[in-house]
Design a protein around this ligand. Sequence first.
Ligand code: ATP
Ligand code: MG
Length: 395
Amino acid sequence: MYKAFLIKYAEIGVKGKNRYLFEDALATQIKYALKKCEGEFQVRKTQGRIYVDALSEFDFEETVEHLKRVFGISAICPVVYVEDEGFEKLCEDVISFIDSVYPDKNKTFKVQARRARKNYPKESMQINMDLGEAILNAYPEMHVDVHKPDIMLNVEVREKIYIYSEIIPGPGGMPVGTGGKAMLLLSGGIDSPVAGYMIAKRGVKIDAVYFNAPPYTSERAKQKVIDLAKIVSRYAGPVYLHIINFTDIQLYIYEKCPHEELTIIMRRYMMRIAEAIAEETECLGLVTGESIGQVASQTMHSLMATNDVCSMPVYRPLIAFDKQDIVEISEKIGTYETSILPYEDCCTIFVAKHPVTKPSLKVIRRHEGNLTEKIDELVKTAIETDELLIVSDNE
Ligand code: ATP
Ligand code: MG
């Protein structure tokens, strides 16, 4: 029955003269999200609105599910188009629309007409009244409620007449691409994919870096991260995933530094390398899945020690989230099942029995001094042998 969707957007409506940039980004993301859907679609911008027209048969549920992934959409309204063949015919169309969408007529309603085509013979107020009357005649069980109707029946008179009443909530946020780009430190865990999702939700495009430690970590662990990036790409668009071979750096730190400081020093090198790649690729910040107190390397002291090596802003969208809240988001966005696959990651292998929870910056810096001989060369090699994958779930 439905032929189109009216896309409503909230925050981006208020962006003044840059509004078109936001609308263009939203249209681009909608096209990306629909690529893999059955059916052919056209995304159309008109008079401050975005419509998705179905040009062929399509799968309603699948299309809605994909549209729900597009940040910047506040609501998705499935629309029926009818030809303008006189008011009488419109009344019939609206009455049969109500019948198919609301089998139970025990409901209140309000008609909200909009005459976008000014040569239509009735004014909006008149359409409201006359249509309302026709509906009441057809379905005496229904009642009008102008304040809090169960059904808000929208009728927009354009070239054709659009009828819609259902409002499916979208994800909110801002269209990806309107907020610059950031480098996500993506591990195989639960947290970092969620962190990437949350930053992307604010309109930021996401590149990602994964620190791999073959042969201590397996090909499967790497594939898991690629799969996670793929799921994130459903929301964030194609992800440029940098895979850094971190083994030699890890072994060197293991050889030269106190084992209870391994994780912190390792994390500092991850941040340094991530920042170097971020600078090269015009990212404006780093993103991690850290949350205060979750593990020894995420106490306030540890975060300070990790942060110490970065000059770019480090965004930690999960900083004040409980694990359970993070798990809930990961279930909602579809990363959870992949995240909990039990493949080793590079941190778990070199982890100490009793890692420091209150590292002293001074001490950490001094111990990093043990690495002077080879570390610059190792970091340089790691960056030069960066393996870049472009990951997308939609093409
Ligand atoms: P996650 O669930 O995201 O792996 P975690 O609870 O396991 O987080 P840590 O292992 O301490 O926490 O890592 C903290 C953050 O550091 C991660 O959220 C991620 O952003 C980054 N990180 C950790 N390991 C890696 C890695 N191998 N490659 C890239 N980033 C990593
Ligand atoms: Mg981890």
